[in-house]
Write a protein that binds this ligand. Sequence first.
Ligand code: GLU
Length: 492
Amino acid sequence: MTKGIRLRFPPSPTGKIHIGNMRTALFNWLWARKNQGELVLRIEDTDRQRSSVDFEEIIRQEMEWLGLDVDEGVGVGGKYGPYRQSERLEIYQEYGQRLCEEGRAYHCYCTPAELEQMREEARTRGEMPRYDGRCRLLTAQEKERYQAEGRQPVLRFKVPEEAGEIIVNDLIRGQVIFDAAILDDFVIFKSDGMPTYNFAVVIDDALMEISDVIRGEDHLSNTPKQLLIYRALGFEPPRFAHLALIMDQNRAKLKKRSDDQAVYVGEYREKGYLPEALFNFLALLGWSPKDDQEIMSREELIAAFDLAAVNKSAAIFDLDKLNWLNGKYIREEKLERIVELSIPFLQRAGYLGEGIAAEQEQRLRRVIEVARTRVDYLAQLPAEAEPFFKELEFEDQTAVVEEFKGEQVKLVFTTLKERLNELEELNPESVKQVLQWIRKKLPVKPRAIYHPLRLALTGMNSGPELIDIIYILGLEEVEKRLDYALRLADRL
Ligand code: GLU
């Protein structure tokens, strides 16, 4: 019987979750779903100083927001638990002990200063700085002496002399060959008693029966060490797939450089990107379907995703593409949901109060229906919606008021008021007809119509269609704003 597909996402809870890390989670999720496999969430919190449950919580929340559900692991449970590395110490110790007893690992008492000196000497000889294996052969007395000095040992893995070439058959990168001679006896237990990443990851992936390890390329160089541990413990290694890193548009590693550059998943959520849009975008970061389709649902992505078709070269994070995609999702989504998601942004801008009155709702829907056609993400929405919520203030703006001056503009403003008043019903169609009538029948230049009207009604030089503006503002508000503009013009 072939073993089922079991994948894992094992983040270290040492910070907010980065978009690159989430792409790794997403590829694991897609591959698990595609193969009817299982996805395990393991928390790698062996770095006690930097790990926190708050970060763990953030990771889980952001995964949930994106719709990356897991079948097993922290928060879900399962028969291979516990799933937090800090709760698995005894398991690691057992295997560490075994390696020690079999002479495949040994305690090293070298102090940081001694190690530094060793590296320094290697450098002056022009050699690669590496641990020289001096504690391999410590006698019982030497060990006792070190212990009496209060030295806390680390446990090192003894890289076998005969290790030779270590071959990683990577599902994405193909065959990658490492020469074991470049490895030194690496640490598997730190002096604080915690296992290192390379050790714990092997024990966990083996005991949790992980079939495929999909992770960032930054871990490719760790893989030969991990394979040596698999070999020493007699575990069968999983298949490996290393994802090329994500670069920014300058081909530099995608990382936080300024406040306005978002690299954490939470920042995209807070800016009002839709989870399904970000999901779609991340899935195409380093992979594309055969037909180069861009807008894809989760189901379509699951069906089309193929690990073997993932790119070997770095993926470029194209923010314009994300914005385009997100804007498209915002426009095509049900209005109800966009309204609901937009409310907090409008509240924060001070345009809406806590509760939303029933009579406000209709107007709000209209505002958002119009504003959503002009935004890439919802944080941009208040600026687009501003003219519908804010009182206009032109007193000190001579340049603006100049626009309202002259007989033609005055005629347009007063006629519009009259005509709108005569309407049986104010709706986009009737407003359109009024504007057409003004354009055709009044002895005025277009220059006296559109821009002055837009300015008088919104205070802005560009924005939604005039028809929408008038329709949404409603008769009373349109009259009020036109009267205000006329009053100012009269004063000139
Ligand atoms: N905790 C590691 C990380 O977040 C996991 C690496 C792996 O997938 O093996 O980088």
